[in-house]
Ligand binder design. Structure first.
Ligand code: ATP
Ligand code: MG
Length: 445
């Protein structure tokens, strides 16, 4: 029956997507001519591929896994595609779950590793089913062929298929060439593809930054043209995208690209303006550079910390204008500014409460690290967020030479588990002869 439908599609060329009209001959790169070795594919992914294949289904590795293997990197995860339908996949694997509503996928679990298995997907969703007057489905757009699956993918370098049957790589879109010349190129018309899913613009930038690739000119130009569409991405999805960027280990490069393509101002409307102050600019850059180093050293990073860094400039600017316009003190103004900035930001990127709590703690501890009285310094030291707040202070000191150096040094020494030293430090800091407080002119970042 499926065969009949396929013939029908070809003869009558149903469907309006440019993808479905393309009839391409793929390039097949045999095993001897590419560098993917099964040794570098996770045993779990191999098991899934082999079992599908043994049961008579087509099974391929696709997406970032293939791309990274061809570039000689160790992939983060492995995605599998097949012509088996979700229920058929599930039958083959005891430890599997069907997920997703609009397009169902199967997650196959092996201990801590999950392999995502998708059925070949056509480029249109289920709303576009073609039926006769009698309601007979002529074309079910949900599932497609391998070729359909190719055209719905985002970039040529992400649409390479590793065939478990003969270990060849199938390339419909000239992705191999783009990998060699290090280009991110949208499959199909970039304008239409970005409009279809504006998150692809962010994906292009993330990949270009992560792999040190160049975005092909039309694909790049159309990001500039369509950048406002970024604001239409659901806030929860944008939050996930930001986490991926933060954890990429190349967040500094991606951040620079986001600025170059003027996307940062759309994602974080208040941040762009604050970066005109070179102190904030340096502060943010240093944070991303340090964070990437931590990822490389496999130390784990705190995403709340990076959100706190990005939004610190707007908080201080807001605090300043609250102070200028009313009768609140520095602390009250800081609190109002924190709430203002966060409530505006979460309309665009829904940063969960778990994170905003940490962000607020890091910010308010900045005040306490600076202004706490002698009695409270131990309380601050034992605050669960002390470490993050202290790192934040160090960064501020580094970015703004001079002003906060002394304070950060004080906290560095105070952390030593040495009672005598601590007593001396407290004396030095809090028993100074009181001089009238001068109003500071220049703000530290
Ligand atoms: P990473 O290495 O960061 O995981 P990835 O390319 O594998 O990068 P995934 O989000 O894991 O990214 O997606 C897997 C594959 O699914 C992609 O390589 C791409 O082929 C396809 N894909 C993902 N998101 C989209 C999208 N928005 N539009 C079209 N295709 C997409
Ligand atoms: Mg992936």
């Amino acid at each position: 029956m499926r065969k009949v439908i396929n013939i029908f599609q070809r003869v009558f060329n149903f469907g309006s997507s440019p993808a479905s009209k393309r009839v391409h001959q793929p390039t097949i790169i045999p095993r001897q001519q590419h560098c993917i070795s099964r040794q570098h594919i996770s045993p779990a992914a191999l098991k899934v591929l082999y079992r599908l294949n043994k049961a008579g289904y087509a099974a391929y590795l696709v997406g970032g896994g293939v791309r990274d293997l061809l570039l000689g990197y160790i992939p983060k995860d492995f995605d599998v595609v097949t012509d088996a339908h979700p229920e058929q996949i599930q039958k083959l694997f005891g430890n599997s779950y069907i997920i997703g509503r609009r397009f169902r996928l199967v997650h196959v679990r092996f201990g801590r590793e999950t392999i995502e298995v998708a059925t070949f997907r056509s480029s249109q969703d289920s709303a576009a089913r073609v039926k006769t007057k009698q309601g007979v489905i002529l074309r079910d757009n949900v599932y497609g062929t391998l070729e359909d699956d190719v055209w719905r993918r985002d970039f040529t370098v992400n649409a390479l298929y590793y065939n478990i049957e003969d270990f060849s790589v199938i390339d419909f879109t000239n992705g191999m060439e783009d990998l060699k010349t290090r280009h991110i190129r949208v499959i199909g018309d970039p304008d239409a593809r970005y409009r279809e899913d504006p998150a692809r613009m962010l994906r292009a930038i993330r990949l270009a930054g992560k792999l040190n690739f160049e975005i092909d000119k039309p694909s790049a130009d159309l990001i500039r043209k369509n950048r406002e569409l970024i604001a239409h991405i659901p806030p929860a999805r944008l939050f996930d995208k930001m986490l991926k960027i933060f954890h990429s280990g190349r967040s500094f490069e991606i951040y620079k690209l986001l600025r170059e393509y003027q996307l940062l101002g759309i994602l974080f409307p208040k941040v762009e303006h604050s970066l005109l102050d070179s102190n904030f600019d340096t502060f943010v850059e240093k944070a991303f550079i340090n964070s990437d180093e931590r990822v490389r050293e496999e130390k784990g990073i705190n995403s709340a910390f990076l959100f706190a860094v990005l939004l610190w400039g707007p908080v201080l600017l807001d605090q300043q204008s609250i102070l200028e316009s009313g009768d609140s003190n520095e602390y009250q103004a800081l609190y109002c500014a924190m709430s203002d900035v966060l409530s505006e930001q979460i309309k665009l990127i829904s940063i969960p409460r778990k994170f905003t709590t940490v962000i607020r703690e890091i910010w308010s501890l900045q005040y306490h690290l600076q202004h706490a009285r002698a009695k409270r310094v131990f309380k601050i030291l034992h605050h669960p967020r002390f470490r993050a707040a202290y790192d934040f202070l160090l960064l501020r000191a580094e970015a703004h030479e001079g002003e906060l150096t002394e304070l950060s040094q004080w906290w560095t020494e105070f952390q030593e588990d040495d009672k005598e030293l601590r007593d001396t430090l407290i004396k030095q800091r809090f028993e100074k002869p009181k001089t009238p407080r001068k109003r500071r002119r220049k703000r530290a970042p």
